[in-house]
Design a protein. Structure first.
Length: 586
């Protein structure tokens, strides 16, 4: 028996959308269950493939799987359907299984539109998929498999609902077999956002948790696989404070205290944040928390299921930044009741919360959400090759040009002021956090000197899909005063602690301004103040700082001096061109 577990590609080409390119964690859970049972299982990511169906067919020809399971969302459903049909045409004996949010909420549509589909795993998939495998091995009657929908002599049969897994720690660790960055402490969400399908998929008000031990064990396995940065994908990571603190304490004990450098980002809600939890999260390596603000209008927030007061939102953002954790804001535009006035309210709120990163989305609706139910759409609409339904298309008070203008205004308000937001950050005065403050400020500075905010125009993440707008129409926003902002942040970082990134960034910034003598002076100061870079000739930090100094010396025509610096690193490929350049000029 051989199984493929597949993440299909979205219909529309993404401009920048890392999440759409990542394999859902659910496939890794199911894959690890299969591998634990000795079943030959492969997880396949079609999302980044230009011709995903052709790619999968070639794999099917060469590896001959017996079962192919697709993790299906509305945006990637067409790829899954096309692939399933192509697979069945190649080999009708292969069983096709769909799971995930889209087939869970509109199974009738999938069986109608995809004649190649054999089974739908509804909701949480692990136990149902195991029992489906047992059926294929002749060990179980298909009608006994809870949570399964299947074809039976031309009819669609839906078995009884499967209870949720009560003990998440009973699941095997996916990291035993796979390397990935997205991890999860819980399943479910306490919120009731009307644009999100999570409440109905996992069960309203039903949130289950891994233990801190299980979660950090998973991280440890991934660290051993070379992963150093994690995305904690819980809908609300900080919901259970005692558990989160336990997680942080274990991360500190197992990694931070052992000088194993890891970082991670999480998602939270503005009413689940306080000083104690932020202190633990920062010391455990958290560098970013994303909050769903959605709108500056309290009325629209109520409509979207986020009934928070502005004061609560402002406090959460200021508090998060004060502990050296970057607060990222999610905003939605084009919602029911949206107007120029409500957009101005959102702009006012942006000014007050001063986010250091922002992602804004046009509101779209999917099956399984309260907004979709209120719209009352016939599922036949999904027979069109579309990813989603933008709300403005069904709201008589909105149109595309108007909504696009709303989005442009939001992004302009953020990008034209982000330099000021960065300089306005007020950090808590706690000496224990000074090294963390330096790390935070140097990371932030790097975005202005060499990262997302360093170019004159920045394409907002995941705003429009390529099929909706031509590239020339994509919103570009000019970030102001990049170099002066970066310089101020690097210098402020060094006022807290001798941070190697701050020294390197400041020296590189001086090189950019052709102040090579100043750049050399900064690197010399780094070598005087950071003891560890003198102790290990192979440390990446020492190599980067040394190369930076050598480049400045080369620009000052001091090639022999530069060569003497970099010769000890001649076994590194990135150093060799500089050695040759120096040798040719001596």
């Amino acid at each position: 028996m051989k199984i493929f577990l597949v993440n299909p590609a979205c219909l529309d080409v993404r401009i920048t959308d890392d999440d759409a390119m990542s394999i859902p964690i659910g496939l890794y859970y199911i894959g690890s269950l299969m591998l634990d049972r000795g079943v030959d299982t492969r997880v396949i990511n079609l999302a980044p493939i230009k011709t995903p169906v052709d790619y999968l067919i070639e794999l099917v020809k060469s590896e001959r799987p017996d079962i192919i399971g697709f993790s299906v969302l509305n945006p990637n459903r067409n790829c899954a359907i096309d692939a399933a049909i192509a697979v069945k045409k190649l080999n009708p004996k292969i069983s096709i299984v769909f799971g995930g949010a889209a087939p869970t909420f509109i199974p009738e549509y999938f069986f109608r539109i995809c004649p190649a589909l054999d089974y739908i795993v509804k909701g949480e998939g692990e136990d149902t998929f195991i029992e489906l495998l047992s059926f294929h091995l002749g060990k179980l009657n298909i009608k006994e498999i809870k949570g399964l929908i299947f074809r039976d002599n031309g009819s669609i049969v839906e078995n009884s609902v499967r209870p949720l897994i009560s003990n998440l720690d009973s699941l095997p660790h996916p990291a035993k077999y796979f390397a990935f960055q997205h991890i999860s402490l819980s399943r479910g969400c306490p919120g009731r956002c009307t644009f999100c399908g999570s409440p109905d998929f996992w069960g309203r008000g039903k949130v289950r948790f891994h233990s801190a031990n299980w979660f950090v064990d998973e991280m440890e396995l991934l660290v051993k696989r070379g992963i150093s940065h994690f995305f904690v994908s819980d809908d609300t990571f900080t919901m259970k404070k005692k558990l989160v603190i336990d997680v942080c304490q274990q991360i500190i004990a197992r990694f931070i205290n052992q000088d194993i450098k890891i970082t991670w980002a999480a998602i939270s809600r503005v009413d689940f944040i306080d000083e104690e939890i932020l202190m633990f999260m920062r010391k455990a390596g958290c560098i970013q928390i994303s909050f769903g603000v959605e709108s500056g209008s309290e009325e629209i927030r109520k409509t979207l299921g986020k009934p928070f007061k502005n004061e609560t939102i402002i406090k959460a953002f200021k508090l998060t930044a004060s502990f050296g954790i970057l607060p990222r804001a999610y905003f939605i535009y084009g919602a029911p009741g949206e107007s120029e006035h409500s957009i101005n309210q959102s702009i006012d709120l942006i000014e007050q919360i001063e986010p250091l990163s922002m992602v804004s989305y046009m509101l779209v609706v999917f099956p399984g959400t309260a907004l979709y139910s209120s719209y009352g759409a016939d599922d036949i609409i999904w027979e069109q090759r579309i990813e989603d339904i933008p709300w403005f298309e069904i709201d008589p008070n909105l149109d595309f040009d108007q909504v696009k203008k709303f989005g442009d205004s939001l992004r302009s308000a953020f990008y034209s002021n982000v330099h000021r937001f960065a300089l306005n950050v007020r950090l808590v005065d706690n000496q224990e956090l000074y090294p963390y403050h330096a790390d935070f400020l140097s990371r932030l500075a790097m975005t202005f000197s060499h990262g997302d905010y360093s170019v004159s125009s920045n394409i907002n993440q995941s705003v429009y899909k390529a099929s909706q707008l031509q590239k020339s129409d994509i919103y570009n926003s000019k970030v102001k005063h990049q170099d002066t902002t970066a310089k101020a942040l690097y210098e402020r970082a060094l006022s807290y602690y001798p941070d190697s990134r701050a020294y390197l960034g400041l020296a590189m910034l001086m090189q950019k301004q052709r102040d090579f003598q100043g750049s050399v002076a900064v690197i010399k100061e780094a070598f005087e103040n950071i003891l560890d870079i003198n102790s290990d000739t192979n440390s990446p930090t020492k190599r980067q700082l040394t190369l930076c100094m050598a480049v400045s010396l080369m620009n000052m025509a001091k090639f022999r001096e530069a060569l003497e610096l970099i010769v000890p690193f001649s076994h590194y490929d990135e150093i060799k061109p500089y050695i040759h350049a120096c040798q040719s000029r001596i």
